[in-house]
Design a protein around this ligand. Sequence first.
Ligand SMILES: NC(=O)c1ccc[n+]([C@@H]2O[C@H](COP(=O)([O-])OP(=O)(O)OC[C@H]3O[C@@H](n4cnc5c(N)ncnc54)[C@H](O)[C@@H]3O)[C@@H](O)[C@H]2O)c1
Length: 257
Amino acid sequence: MSQRSLNILITGAGSGVGRGLAHCFTANGHRLFLTDVNPQGLAETVASLGAHSVRVSTHPADITSAAQIKTIFESLASQRIDVLINNAGLQFVAPVSGFPEERWDLLFDVMLKGAFLMTQSVLPIMRKNGFGRIVNIGSIHALIASPFKSAYVAAKHGLLGLSKVVALETGDADITMNTICPAYIRTPLVDAQIAAQAKSHGLSEKEVIDKIMLEPMPKKAFISIEEVAATAEFLMSHEARNITGQAIAIDGGWTSR
Ligand SMILES: NC(=O)c1ccc[n+]([C@@H]2O[C@H](COP(=O)([O-])OP(=O)(O)OC[C@H]3O[C@@H](n4cnc5c(N)ncnc54)[C@H](O)[C@@H]3O)[C@@H](O)[C@H]2O)c1
């Protein structure tokens, strides 16, 4: 697989998957533009990159705000952007009957509207350059459901719909949009879920991991960042130019049931 050095914009790069992708992508020689609502998290990501931090710039912003997204793109006006990774996300766990409306709105605003606004802003740049790859970090919950995660499951399913539309609208260019759908990755988001689910289900944290998180997965393992990064690298390559509008599951066999 041929891979040149690419300019990659990552949302939610101040923690977990976004930070892990920053490590993998800089190690592979790419140049990164990192954004997150949490400037402290972004600073910690940059510090953790050590010598690789020279290939990184930070652009703090809340991607629920069109005005703040405009600021990100203004600060990148002189840059080529080859790849957008729509990664920012958050979880909230509660039954539908008690799911707070403001949490529903926030999850949708970050994971679906935010991805839409970022995509809308990056597409003209990609069209001008004649190349673009948009990779959504979806979830196994873009394909199947779990109880108590109505907003997350619905927003992640929505990402697949968005990417199918973008695939149709960019068929005339070397631009693709795909969604990687991993099962659980051990990040701060998942650590918070383990605690929240333990409370909702009345279980210990170990029982949540064994009986809920890993139970439906034949391979019974957390997914590593390296697996997600390698899948993204493939989707970013020339060889993946005809893969678009797809959901790529990394789920240890979960959806084979
Ligand atoms: N951890 C997992 O098991 C797992 C599995 C599948 C998919 N995912 C997805 O991976 C992505 C990253 O999750 P994570 O586990 O690294 O979580 P995380 O909580 O560690 O990181 C999420 C990042 O998104 C940022 N963010 C939240 N709201 C934002 C906003 N309005 N604007 C900009 N940035 C914002 C946060 O500040 C944080 O740095 C999410 O989309 C999540 O759904 C995670």
